[in-house]
Design a protein around this ligand. Sequence first.
Ligand SMILES: Cc1ncc(COP(=O)(O)O)c(C=O)c1O
Length: 402
Amino acid sequence: MPDDKTTAQSLATPLPHSGRSSGRTRAFVNPPLHRGSTMLHVDTADRLHDGSRMYQQSDTYGVYGNATHHALENLVAEIEGGTRCQITSSGLSAATTAMLAYLRAGDHCLVPDSVYGSTRDFIDDLLNNFGVVTQYYDPALDAAGLAPLFRPNTTVLYLESPGSHTFEVQDVLALAALAHEHGAKVLLDNTWGIRHFQPFQHGVDVSIQALTKYPVGHSDVLLGAVIVNDDADWTRLRKAALALGQYASPDDCWLCLRGLRTLDTRLQQHFSSAIEIAAWLQDRPEVKQVLFPALPGAPGHALWKRDFTGACSLFGVVFQPEWTAPDLNALIDALELFGIGSSWGGFESLAIPTYGTITRTASSGDFGGLIIRIHIGLEDPTDLIADLRQGFATLHHHRRST
Ligand SMILES: Cc1ncc(COP(=O)(O)O)c(C=O)c1O
């Protein structure tokens, strides 16, 4: 059974109420959807103030955002415990916008080897062409291990905790303190930790969220957010976002606002099913290890217990070394309730092979067996376990028939 602390803190009440007008007014429950590019000014004097307004939530042109964007910005900033939020077109663009805001030619940037694959592609295929020197580091390094990697020109320490596909939990508090000693900014991809990890209480300067996942929650919208907690950081981020033309459709923002109303309720169900299924998987003889920091005994559990107030439902399953890729492909193909698809955080369960798809250059990436990544959706966990059980039967059948 999970520890007591796995129960989400009672943060749920603000979500149905923030980012909309509530109380005794004659209005629909949800805010209206605003669309548009051109805003008309009152007079020329009003028009001349435009330049300074790009940093405020004052509508002057579509790309600066309108009331629909601002409602979402405010709610996401509140969830992350920051002051300001920039909405971006996807989770990936949230990561790239944040990096472009803080890095310039000649800078050195430290990035965990477990970083989300497309963020890694951005770094390798684009960012490095502009004279930024990126160094990947083993996500298992603690502050003492990471300290020698800092250089005089290290301006950004990038974190992703837990890491993509392999779920290493980083000691954000200690690593952020180290980065600040070296004058570097701390950027964290906090997508997995939504609602259960407060980035700014752990020394983070810039938090990145793929709202596509649990906030949207229905696998029908791509959206991202960058959240800061300081005016200087906001100016820097906002300048970069506008220079890049970062914008998201108001329709998508509205859908995300709708999704956020039920985020806590969904997360509780996702988590309670995930912890039950992860424990069941951990007891299977075919499984070497479950990479779910919330599971007692799993890697990173102590740090998770210290820093997180709960968890989502995305984890990895390491199989015993005798199971090959064709065996595991047969298991995944046999599943009826788990889709084979990228992304996570939707209502549906997913299972994907990670072998052959992840890159590691600063750490071994060897967990002693092949890894399947599982996302637990909102189906009944008993049905999901039954489906996995028949998947395991197919695994053995496949081995016998080859
Ligand atoms: C940890 C993490 N960050 C960022 C992203 C990117 O989000 P999006 O798909 O919205 O671009 C993903 C997507 O899977 C992710 O897993």
